[in-house]
Design a binder for this molecule. Structure first.
Ligand SMILES: Cc1cc2nc3c(=O)[nH]c(=O)nc-3n(C[C@H](O)[C@H](O)[C@H](O)COP(=O)(O)OP(=O)(O)OC[C@H]3O[C@@H](n4cnc5c(N)ncnc54)[C@H](O)[C@@H]3O)c2cc1C
Length: 412
């Protein structure tokens, strides 16, 4: 009699979403066959730790979460430096840039996003303009920062901030260019943005708004300075950019899998094609909390997706319903983003306040509502009350009146 063959799962992307899914699949099914594909050379590492590695606060080995031996113990076949190039959803086969095609019973696409490159005159005369997404990016950033005195960073979101802080902590003088009027434009407001600027300036960073790099001037393959759109010039031995991500689903172009900004899924993280699922940053999932689809670029969200999608790929039918949180240091203070904190989402209303904090600092808080339901919040400064606010979001708490909403500022 032929041996019974287990279900074959293929996962593209070994970030926290893909690796968590693989781990959960193995936990629940000792007989299944699990393949994990990544174009990167490393087993799972912690992207959230990369800023502290860049700053010199964490040694590289602490960035890794898994090693190759773990995959062997778990009988997860990890294929590194291997790019998935095409999927045939009729035949249930994926094609790779090396090695034979792989058949699957269930496929997870957890491919995250790749950094958008700076594309201006002069870039091609410089050996490196640095993005900041991978471990390998971070290694080269550190090597170059150690040889640099001046830096220009560009971008209005977390990555540009992390680059700015990383260079600053390596003793490099940073000019930080932001096209928009304030940082994190899709979450904060002018008041919150001004607070973030003041924190960076207090650490010696020159913050310049309404500007972006228009040209890079180089000598001998290294940058000398950048010229901005308005013609100003800033010295730069090193240039780091956080210009957003392009979510990785181009290799699905000739499939019927629905894609918008990300890969569209329902609340079960299933795509419109049977047997194909998506999770993590790349998934544009249906969020039951606000009754709409969106993408979410946070570690917690990707991990929770990975756990849930494994159960659904194995036959369960559980909807995703979680409150993701994003916490990050901003120099000597903290930012926490909870739930859905999107100023650019027309379905939401919000209000904010800045007040003196306990330690001579300023505390900024902003709350987001879908109708009268609390769905998200941002804290800059003291994190006190964060857990309670997450519980209120999770519980679907309603705040109908202004007085009820105002009371949220005092939750500790
Ligand atoms: C510097 C930095 C700091 C961050 N800080 C925070 C933080 O403080 N808090 C927080 O919540 N979040 C933070 N994030 C975001 C968080 O790291 C991401 O949300 C999370 O890692 C996404 O995980 P993922 O598994 O969905 O995708 P990823 O981690 O992006 O993994 C996807 C993998 O798939 C690979 N891949 C893509 N296409 C293919 C293909 N065709 N074939 C094979 N492999 C492919 C990619 O190269 C990658 O290795 C940070 C991110 C960065 C870069």
């Amino acid at each position: 009699m032929a041996a019974e063959v287990g279900k074959k799962y293929v996962i593209i992307g070994n970030g926290i979403a893909g690796t968590t899914c693989a781990q959960e699949l193995r936990k629940n099914d000792l007989a299944c066959d699990i393949w994990l594909i990544t174009n990167e050379p490393h087993p799972l590492y912690n992207r959230v730790s990369l800023p502290r590695y860049l700053q010199g606060l964490l040694p590289e080995q602490k960035v890794f979460i898994r090693d190759f031996a773990w995959h062997e113990q778990q009988r997860i076949t990890l294929m590194t430096e291997t790019l998935a190039t095409r999927v045939d959803t009729e035949e249930r086969v994926i094609y790779l840039d090396k090695g034979g095609p792989l058949r699957y019973d269930a496929l997870l696409v957890a491919t995250g996003g790749w950094a958008n490159r700076l594309n201006v005159p002069g870039v091609d005369r410089v050996a490196d303009i640095y993005n900041f997404v991978t471990l390998d990016d971070t290694r080269t950033l550190i090597a170059r920062a150690l040889e640099s005195k001046t830096a220009v960073t560009s971008g209005g979101s977390f990555i540009a901030y992390e680059l700015t802080e990383g260079f600053n902590m390596r003793g490099v003088h940073v000019t930080w260019l932001m096209r928009g009027p304030y940082w994190l434009r899709t979450t904060l407001d002018p008041e919150g943005g001004a607070l973030v600027d003041s924190i960076a300036k207090a650490h010696g960073v020159d913050v310049v708004h309404g500007e972006q790099i228009a040209e890079v001037v180089a000598a001998n393959g290294q940058p000398q300075h950048v010229v901005t759109a308005s013609g100003k010039s800033y010295q730069a031995d090193i240039i780091g950019v956080g210009l957003g991500l392009t979510l990785n689903h181009q290799f699905l172009a000739d499939t019927p899998i629905e894609r918008k900004s990300g890969i569209v899924t329902n609340a079960y993280l299933e795509t419109n094609v049977p047997g194909v699922y998506s999770a993590g940053d790349v998934a544009e999932f249906y969020d039951e909390m606000i009754g709409t689809h969106h993408t979410m670029g946070t570690w917690d969200n990707a991990m929770a997706h990975g756990r849930l999608v494994a159960r659904n790929m194995a036959g369960a039918r559980e909807a995703y319903n979680d409150v993701p949180t994003y916490t990050s240091p901003l120099f000597n203070t903290n930012i926490a983003v909870m739930g859905i904190a999107e100023s650019n989402n027309p379905a939401l209303t919000s209000f904010s306040r800045t007040a003196p904090g306990d330690k001579g600092n300023m505390d900024y808080r902003k709350f987001f509502f879908k109708d009268s339901r609390l769905v998200g919040a941002v804290f800059i400064g003291s994190p006190k009350g964060r857990k309670k606010v997450v519980e209120l979001i999770r519980g679907g708490a309603e705040f109908a009146t202004t007085a009820e909403r105002e009371a949220l500022f005092d939750v500790r």
